[in-house]
Write a new protein. Structure first.
Length: 47
């Protein structure tokens, strides 16, 4: 199955979709929430 391009509307939905009850998460969700965790980390050194 070839990959289809992601539309802006689908990307917006994917950023909020944790896919609970399924194995893994989608790429957009992981990128958004991974960056959020880094920003909220009190041990993170600011430049």
């Amino acid at each position: 199955m070839p990959n289809k391009p992601i539309t802006p509307a689908n990307n917006q939905a994917n950023m909020q979709n944790a896919n609970k009850g399924t194995p893994g998460v989608n790429k957009q969700y992981a990128q958004v929430h991974g960056n959020r965790g880094a920003q909220l980390n009190p041990n993170r050194k600011s430049k």
